[in-house]
Design a protein around this ligand. Sequence first.
Ligand SMILES: CC(=O)SCCNC(=O)CCNC(=O)[C@H](O)C(C)(C)COP(=O)(O)OP(=O)(O)OC[C@H]1O[C@@H](n2cnc3c(N)ncnc32)[C@H](O)[C@@H]1OP(=O)(O)O
Ligand SMILES: CC(C)C(=O)C(=O)O
Length: 584
Amino acid sequence: MPMLKDPSIKYKPFDPKLTLNDRQWPSKSLTKAPRWLSTDLRDGNQSLPDPMSIPEKKLYFQELVKIGFKEIEVAFPSASQTDFDFTRWCVENAPDDVSIQVLSPCRPDLIRRTIEALKGAKKATVHIYLATSACFRNVVFGMTPEETLQKATECTALVRSLTKDNSQDEVFKQTHWDFEFSPETFSDTSPEFALEVCESVKEAWNPSAENPIIFNLPATVEMATPNVYADQIEYFSRHISHRETVCISLHPHNDRGCAVAAAELAQLAGADRVEGCLFGNGERTGNVDLVTLALNLYTQGYYPNLDFSDMSKVIEVVEKCNKIPVHPRAPYGGQLVVCAFSGSHQDAIKKGFKKYEEQVKSTGDISWTMPYLPLDPKDIGRTYEAIIRVNSQSGKGGASWIILRNLELDLPRGLQVDFSGRVQVESEWKGRELKTKEIVDLFKDKYFLYDVQDEADNETVAMLDIFNLKDYTLTNEGKNRSIVALVSSKSQELELKGLGNGPISALANAISNYFGITFDVVHYNEHSLGKDSNSKAVGYIGVRVGSHERIIWGVGVDEDVTEAGMVALVNTLNGCIRDKLVKV
Ligand SMILES: CC(=O)SCCNC(=O)CCNC(=O)[C@H](O)C(C)(C)COP(=O)(O)OP(=O)(O)OC[C@H]1O[C@@H](n2cnc3c(N)ncnc32)[C@H](O)[C@@H]1OP(=O)(O)O
Ligand SMILES: CC(C)C(=O)C(=O)O
């Protein structure tokens, strides 16, 4: 029995050791982007089974710059020659406005090596960390609180002497130095002790309002619900002295699956900066996902200062370098998050797009109100074609969307229902999703939408012995129209004669007369295809034959709108012959 019936004998509820009854964060809203730091190349990379090679790191770095990151943690330079060399490459290649951040533990030898890697950088942030929680102090370091405080302070003083106070080395003087300290395991540290250590570190660094110190307060392990983290951050923000000289940074991990929520609530609680990775890569369950955080802001109408216009490219780089696939359901970016397979979703989205396109056309108003889709897929470089996909769970909306997007045919409701039955049979038979081309081909075959200019289509028409409207003459007979129409297939030619109050009804009457059946047009509509003067017209016709309940649908395309309807009618005859409702 691996799971305990009484887990309380093993696990205790988290005690934040903090009472913040006058918390302010719950009544605030997020209205601007924080400072972002990507730690993909450090925290993300250190968690990969196969860390990135230098070419992969370069590719990733360039993508981060393209997205718009101005602070990038590029490595743990003392860890390996690869990390050191890559830091050197960043120093030489980073754009002037991008600050290169590197991480080191509070170990003087490693701090020296780390700072050596930054020589010549235009903008650099030295980031050191030391765990402050009782668990880590006792289990990992065997250090008292006083020893921890002393080590953090001494290492900060060392970084200061090697960077902003380094008067020995001219090259070091050229760099704009920032300093970041992480009381690692902050989420599990007594709030008073985290504050005490940070006050001492702050004094050792001596920041200013112009050059604030960064206190990165990590949820190294996510310990509790996000509101607890928010309280911890608000407590720190309200109690740290000279708040204007401090930038509060977040570094949430996702152990409980709440990293995004924690980062959002903690920003409400006063944080200025967020560290994380694209698509939440990182130790264990990952760092906070910066794509989600940024696009959450965007879909509230606030520009996140990160540009995901080419999401597919971002995913390509992330997957190539991390060698971990981005989950198809990853918020915003996942391949399946803008795809609807099920009938109700497709129906709502299709109606939503119709309304939206009308709204934009008639008023120019692009404000987004779309069932099921919080983000316009176009904003992240996705096409509308990919939104609706068709399988056995789909209704009429799905297949007709594909036909609309690919053939520009806005099918009448009855025809949608008719076609969706055919699609359903096909997808169940194949036991899988039907691809766009399969659906389009299915439609062309079912409604005889063959192109006379196309050789392959002509062969099909001949093989299936399908009737075409070859010629016709219409004459007025009082209020009525009389028709003589020539329809031909490969094997025969028929002369049909009839009378009606218009060309369509005259031809329907001619078919009735020839085959000795009732052939009633119960649905007719048409619309134009294309927007220019060469545009064609499409006609849709539904007929009821004899005593059959079923309506047989035909579609016809022609330069002339009347002829499009007549072609559609001849195609209903083809449908009747194929379905053996009419004998030739
Ligand atoms: C939460 C985080 O993600 S923190 C970042 C973690 N990232 C990494 O560790 C990736 C790179 N790390 C490495 O390549 C190696 O760990 C190195 C090069 C830094 C150090 O390697 P080693 O010297 O072999 O040490 P090792 O990794 O075995 O153990 C860590 C040692 O550092 C100490 N240590 C751990 N964190 C810190 C810290 N923040 N400050 C000071 N010392 C620390 C540990 O107590 C341990 O000391 P001990 O050997 O006296 O018990
Ligand atoms: C070094 C720190 C910021 C860290 O990675 C963590 O605590 O998760």
